[in-house]
Design a protein around this ligand. Structure first.
Ligand SMILES: Cc1ncc(C[n+]2csc(CCOP(=O)(O)OP(=O)(O)O)c2C)c(N)n1
Ligand code: SF4
Ligand SMILES: [Mg+2]
Length: 260
């Protein structure tokens, strides 16, 4: 449809599944872009009536208000447990996914995630890796890259004191009950398009009842990183992706068969 006065063509609309509630995230935060992708993926796959989302503590926690869908909020790190309960209580009839930050998933909630995957739960996790605890003021997270300044690593993260950044999808790819793991980003249009493909695949694994699926998405946190939104995108390209390579780490249609 084109506007007669300006001749401009509308190429993008708001996702149908968005409630219309304005988002509360900081300028340059990538969470809004990721929200769009989740909504559009669920819409495109036509699974909105079966889907239930579980948010967990962090800046993505209140995002349940943006979904015209069933959503529930879990305590810090407990989203995989809440998701497991929902999935079983409803006899596996729903598509249950979690949305978790890196402090939530890889610090306080690592045990919950790994055990849910190891129990061969058919769940999907969207893992938001911004390398910090954005909500509480930019502290060290398990995913903080070496050299990164945070409020608890004012001289930059060093491995002697703080250990190494954790690589969740690579680690989970070694687990038998896992069907799909990947890492992507949304800092360029090409990266956004790749994330869209990976996200659909992650949800499809659950639709096909194959096993656990997880997509990590590298995400900018301008106040936490103390950078402008534009510099955050450059920083992702030039520095973060050296530690966290993008791609798929496991993709099987049957966890009992060898990898594709
Ligand atoms: C049991 C418990 N411990 C600590 C906190 C404080 N807390 C709130 S958010 C947060 C970290 C969130 O970081 P992350 O998961 O990376 O999400 P982000 O804010 O970066 O989106 C912490 C430690 C809490 N709410 N509950
Ligand atoms: S603090 Fe960081 S993660 Fe939280 S809304 Fe702002 S930019 Fe996003
Ligand atoms: Mg975080």
């Amino acid at each position: 449809m084109s506007n007669e006065a300006t001749g401009r063509k509308k190429v993008l609309s708001a996702p149908e599944l968005w409630t219309g509630e304005p988002t509360h995230w900081c300028s340059g935060c990538h969470y809004g872009i990721i929200l769009r992708l989740i909504l559009e993926t669920i819409e495109e796959m036509g699974i909105e009536d079966e889907a239930i989302g579980v948010t967990s503590v962090g800046c993505s926690y209140p995002s349940f208000i943006f979904y015209k869908m069933d959503m529930i909020a879990a305590l810090h790190g407990r989203a995989p447990d809440v998701a497991t309960g929902l999935k079983h209580a409803r006899f596996g009839e729903n598509i249950v996914f979690t949305i978790q930050g890196d402090g939530d998933l890889a610090a306080i909630g690592m045990g919950e995630l790994i055990n849910a995957a190891n129990r061969f739960e058919k769940l999907t996790t969207i893992f938001l890796n911004n390398g910090t605890y954005g909500t509480t003021g930019g502290q060290l997270a398990p995913t903080t890259i070496l050299g990164q300044y945070t409020t608890t690593t004012p001289d930059g993260r060093n491995y002697e004191t703080f250990g190494f950044p954790v690589h969740v999808p690579e680690m989970m790819a070694t687990m038998k009950g896992v069907a799909y793991t990947a890492r992507s980003s949304v800092h360029t249009p090409a990266a956004f398009a790749q994330t869209r493909k990976y996200m659909k695949k992650a949800f499809q694994k659950q639709v096909n009842n194959v096993g656990y699926s997880l997509l990590e998405i590298i995400s900018a946190c301008p106040p936490g990183w103390k950078m402008s939104p534009v510099d955050c995108n450059k920083h992702i390209e030039e520095t973060v992706l050296r530690e966290y390579s993008l791609g798929e780490f496991k993709d099987v249609d049957d966890v009992f068969e060898t990898e594709e």
